[in-house]
Design a protein around this ligand. Structure first.
Ligand code: DNO
Ligand code: MN
Length: 355
């Protein structure tokens, strides 16, 4: 298990790499060029600069999250082939700098969604929460509620310039149902797979978060059944998953340890996001600290599933809480994610000693 830490870059992340380096057991930074639009080629020089900054801190850049897939590719618009060419060039450029895994998602229009970015828990810590009732309204209601509530932080995909064209984007999706979206996904994977093989870069699709349709948009990476259909595009190990326990586990019907066991045993899990959530009622959940004792997921059983299937890929803690007065990017503070890492590595060490 290779432990990583997500980092948003020198300009956008308040956490210095020197601090990441001090978290015991962390050797990998999960990074990206966040300013580049989906559909563009990532220039070699920009990747080189990111890698150099990470390596100068004594860390490695082997996992990138995310190289976003454009809506043109998801919708199947004519410009998708140009975007796919750029994606292939990006795979090649990343591989030249030692990148082994690309995390991405196939969610239309938006990325992950929460309805509260700073919800206070009884212990005085803050974390993100979700209420399906609120998402059942219009996305503008959600936007008004969420934006500004966390020091002006915007959910990914909700950037101002993007929201300006949002009606047209919704319209462009009006003919895309789940089957259509899946067909466009298969088209994308088929088009990039040779490049992945040639450059030895494994693709790892992140599940939908939350794992259900939002604002009437189709979503197709919601649970084990969806994942089986996606895995069936090709049996190549270059087409795999980022198993995100918190995203998948927010559906109370999903058995995360058994899903992890199934896909890891198939060799289709190059990357894992480990985090816990607490089901607080029908259609609601909040993010918690990583240990099993704090939330609804059995983190021991999840890590055990990885151990027993001989997992040797990359993991990172996912969203953590804001604790000890820290107030940075929601979900991506230093302290709680560092605590999570120590807990997860403790489970891993114990499993190694006893199995
Ligand atoms: C949610 C997070 C997401 C994820 C992207 C992947 O669980 O891990 O930010 O990174 O959706 O593209
Ligand atoms: Mn995740």
């Amino acid at each position: 298990m290779k432990m990583g830490f997500r980092w948003f870059g020198e300009e956008d992340d308040p956490i210095p790499l020197a601090h990441v380096r001090q978290i015991p057991g962390v050797r990998h930074v999960v990074g990206a060029l966040h300013d580049l639009p989906a559909g563009a080629e990532w220039p070699l020089a920009r990747i080189a600069a990111l890698r150099e900054a990470i390596e100068a801190a004594g860390l490695l850049l082997e996992v990138v999250e995310s190289v976003n897939v454009s809506d043109a590719i998801k919708i199947g618009l004519p410009e998708r082939d140009r975007h796919i060419e750029n994606y292939i060039a990006t795979i090649r450029n990343l591989s030249r700098h030692g990148v082994k895994v690309i995390c991405y998602n196939f969610m239309p229009v938006f990325d992950w969604i929460r309805t509260d970015l700073r919800s206070e828990a009884p212990d005085g810590s803050f974390s993100m929460a979700y209420d399906q009732q609120i998402v059942s309204g219009s996305f503008r209601d959600v936007m008004l509620r969420v934006q500004g509530g966390a020091d002006g932080f915007r959910l990914p995909g909700w950037e101002e310039d993007r929201l300006a064209g949002i009606e047209a984007l919704f319209e462009a999706y009006s003919d895309v149902d789940e089957d259509g979206l899946r067909a466009n996904f298969a088209y994308f994977i088929d088009a990039i797979l040779d490049a992945c093989r040639a450059h030895d870069v494994r693709m790892a699709v992140h599940p939908d978060d939350p794992p259900r349709s939002v604002f009437g948009l189709p979503r197709i990476v919601k649970g084990a059944e969806d994942m089986r259909a996606i895995a069936a595009f090709t049996d190549s190990p270059y087409h795999g998953f980022t198993v995100c326990t918190g995203s998948l586990g927010s559906d109370p019907d999903t058995d995360v340890p058994s899903l992890m066991r199934e896909f890891s045993a198939l060799g289709r899990v190059p990357f894992v996001h480990l985090r816990n959530i607490l089901h607080t009622g029908p259609g609601t959940f909040r993010e918690t600290a990583h240990p099993s004792s704090e939330g609804s997921l059995d983190m021991f059983a999840i890590v055990e599933a990885l151990h027993e299937t001989g997992f040797d890929g990359y993991v990172r803690p996912d969203h953590g809480r804001d604790i000890w007065g820290e107030r940075g990017r929601p979900g991506y503070g230093l302290h709680d994610r560092a605590l999570g890492i120590t807990y997860l590595l403790g489970l891993w060490e114990a499993l190694g000693r006893t199995h």
